[in-house]
Write a protein that binds this ligand. Sequence first.
Ligand code: PLP
Length: 451
Amino acid sequence: MQSELQQLNSAHHLQPFSDNKALAESGPRVIKRAEGVYLYDIEGNKFLDAMAGLWCVNLGYGREELAEVAHQQMTELPYYNLFFQSTTTPATKLAAKIAELAPAHMNRVFFTGSGSEANDTNFRMVRRYWDLKGKPNKKTFISRHNAYHGSTVAAASLGGMDYMHKQGDLPISGIVHVDQPYWFGEGQDMSPDDFGIKAACSLEQKILEIGEDNVAAFIAEPFQGAGGVIIPPPTYWTEIKKILAKYDILFILDEVIAGFGRTGEWFASQYFDLKPDLITIAKGMSSGYLPIGGVIVSDKVAQVLIDEGGDFNHGFTYSGHPVAAAVALKNIEILEQEGIVAKVKDEISPYLQKRWQELASHPIVGEARGLGMVAAVELVKDKASNERLEPDCKAGGVCRDFAIANGLIMRPCGDTMIISPPLVISKSEIDELITKAKKTLDDTAQFYGIS
Ligand SMILES: *Cc1c(COP(=O)(O)O)cnc(C)c1O
């Protein structure tokens, strides 16, 4: 029997990234409240949220200071926009704070309401940049298969998700995709190092194929998130950096997941020693308490837009919304004051990764990998061949259902199980996460008759 709320939901709610028919039959979990790293549903079940919502609740749930700052800002100025020669105190202070934390060559922020809007902003800003540089043919964006850059038209096109492209005739023109550095999935016939170089070289081949004069930018996540926590072999970024140095194209690093501490650095640019022209931000920027995103713009790009561009005819009603900006600023201040990013680097992420590696010896795990505060396991039937448990990646869903039954939120990406917990997770909560993950793998193995 479904609850009244579930019935209302089935009747009136069309949910994102969901099979709404199947959902109406099973009835959604209704999440009611949360505290720290734990979620509680309406029936009182408790879950350890090893996904931090959708990779965003970096500070964990229930931080009163964020609620207070939102209340205060709503009382003082609930809304004003950044168009037409105005700004607000929170938006300006937030831009300055982000510039302070960002790589030294990046000192400006363009605000949006989400990560998708930020990547649509990149799409327009980069084309505007090349127009102003007198190179209007430089229009094509190169992205990677199985990338995730959001769900608006340009962002979904920049992304490399086939299952999204199939719906609505995407990608739009002017966006092409090259190899992803997914060694476990696509490179096991070579060493990870060789495969990393090969995947990187597909970028250079594409640049040569369409011609440097037609390429606007390369966009990539530092590690792929929604694609399955895909961590490039060490050679990959080294090789990409060489290629980017050879050609006059812009580099957009999508740090929507990686930014604001998830790697143990403020930005993955610092973690991987990359020098992007534009950085996409959202998610952890406000710990998800309110929606906000943006693009951090390098001096090189900003100078052209500002000195030569006149009006940039782009923006959103809620670009840098003052309440969201005030909450994001407070979120960043708490991350700083409590030394959370440094603690992630020195203590918490090494502990999480050390314990996560214990899963590697499990009979249905083909690989356990991670960095900072993200990690993944690949589910397989046979550790020697890495053959999957079932065709069509059904095992991921089976494993996810066992995780939920065990009080753990983990997410399947095909047959890859992934986590991205709040940065504030404690060692004892990590112990609980690992215990529950092991139990979930045991249950999944048993389901498939493997011991
Ligand atoms: C989530 C995500 C986005 C899209 O952000 P939204 O706020 O959902 O629009 C873009 N890029 C990456 C890497 C993401 O993980």
